[in-house]
Design a protein around this ligand. Structure first.
Ligand code: GLA
Length: 388
């Protein structure tokens, strides 16, 4: 029997070791991804400028560490041996050199490909090359792979993503595996042992609540996350898609609310704006350490919708040390005054200190009712810490 296992191991190392690398995403991954602003217009120069801007703006220090090249970094053909190659015009120094550069700057190297025959933008996909591609990524020093679902034909999602997981594992380099099949096959039911995060929706769009065929505003995505909280935890996160914070389709309030609610959702925080050009107000949102700490809380519990009424929502997230984050969201079109009797938040036990995370103010304790104004599409985000 032992001999049989040994022989099997020699022949099929990937399948016998079928597992993901554990412990790579104990808190939701944070970084910057090229897609939301730049689409297919990416190159080495842009990435290097973004790196400098992430450093000088304080984003790196705030925890944004994965630089993810999304679609269109590839040459249109694999090489004669079937290996993926970076587009030599866009990335003249090559992908290994880019990985080395990112590591020298203290970042991690993220890259995109697709489980189908071609990526969504028509570049070579990974289908049938999973083990070979795993070795290529490892040789370039890749730390994070976003793996998409276009052009998959009749392939089974679970099996296909498992094959890429095994390809990464067999290559031996710990790589975060980010599954991007848009929630079509309910990955929250099967992907815990396959990837470290999985998309739960179609694409986010740069707007509050617009709805296109395949993409939609963050408010629409938020509502579709209700009920998914029980599937997330350390090393296996729901991914409601990347951030549009700072992009032109959102007001400042909408950017603040989007960021707050993504933190309450324990969502991966992948900035998608042009860091070189962001305003000071947007920088202050994206680098707010107290707010990011809600997302990155080590307990790793995704928050949930506690209450919803037309135009008003309350989202809450349990934190370590018996603390809670509470987010009051004005989802309507008119300002309103939020009145809170804290005892109605039945999950609270005893008395808490209240900290307004955006105003940076301590507001007293939950013994006193609270009332405060919230502008349309804006939030109040509080952290509650138990007294005693
Ligand atoms: C899909 C994904 C997006 C992005 C594009 C790239 O739409 O969901 O996040 O990666 O492909 O083509």
């Amino acid at each position: 029997m032992k001999r049989l296992i040994f022989v099997l191991f020699l022949c099929f190392p990937g399948s016998l070791l079928a597992q993901k690398f554990e412990g790579l995403a104990l808190t939701p991954p944070m970084g910057w991804n090229s897609w939301n602003t730049f689409g297919t217009n990416i190159d080495e120069k842009l990435i290097k400028e973004m790196v400098e801007a992430l450093i000088s703006s304080g984003m790196q220090e705030a925890g944004f560490k994965y630089i993810v090249l999304d679609d269109a970094w590839l040459a249109m053909q694999r090489d004669a041996e079937g290996n993926l190659v970076g587009d030599p015009k866009k990335f003249p120094s090559g992908m290994k050199a880019l990985g080395d550069y990112l590591h020298e700057k203290g970042f991690k190297f993220g890259i995109y490909n697709c489980a189908g025959t071609k990526t969504c933008a028509g570049y070579p996909g990974g289908r049938g090359h999973e083990f070979q591609d795993g070795r290529t990524y490892a040789s370039w020093g890749v730390d994070y792979l976003k793996y998409d679902w276009c052009n998959h034909g009749t392939a089974n999602a679970e099996e296909t993503f498992k094959t890429m997981r095994d390809g990464l594992h067999a290559a031996g380099r710990p790589i975060v595996f980010s599954i991007c099949e848009w929630g079509n096959n309910k990955p929250w039911l099967w992907a815990k042992d396959v990837g470290h995060l999985w998309r739960t929706t179609g694409d986010i769009a740069d707007c509050y609540d617009c709805q296109h065929v395949y993409s939609m505003g963050w408010k629409i995505i938020l509502e579709s996350q209700v009920g998914l909280e029980k599937y997330a935890g350390p090393d296996h996160w729901n991914d409601p898609d990347m951030l549009e914070v700072g992009n032109p389709g959102l007001s400042l309030a909408e950017s603040r609310a989007h960021f707050s609610l993504w933190c309450v959702l324990a969502a991966p925080l992948m900035a998608g704006n042009d860091i070189r050009k962001m305003s000071n107000e947007i920088r202050d949102i994206l680098t707010d350490k107290e707010v990011i700490a809600i997302d990155q809380d080590p307990l790793g519990k995704q928050g949930y919708q506690f209450m919803t009424q037309p135009g008003k929502e309350i989202w809450v997230k349990e934190l370590s040390n018996a603390e809670w984050a509470v987010c009051f969201f004005n989802s309507g079109e008119r300002p309103f005054q939020m009145k809170v009797k804290w005892s109605n938040l039945w999950f609270l036990k005893g008395t808490y200190q209240i900290r307004d995370l955006w105003q940076k103010k301590d507001l007293g304790t939950t013994e006193k009712d609270f009332s405060g104004d919230i502008a349309p599409h804006d939030v109040l985000l509080f952290k509650l810490s138990p007294i005693k």
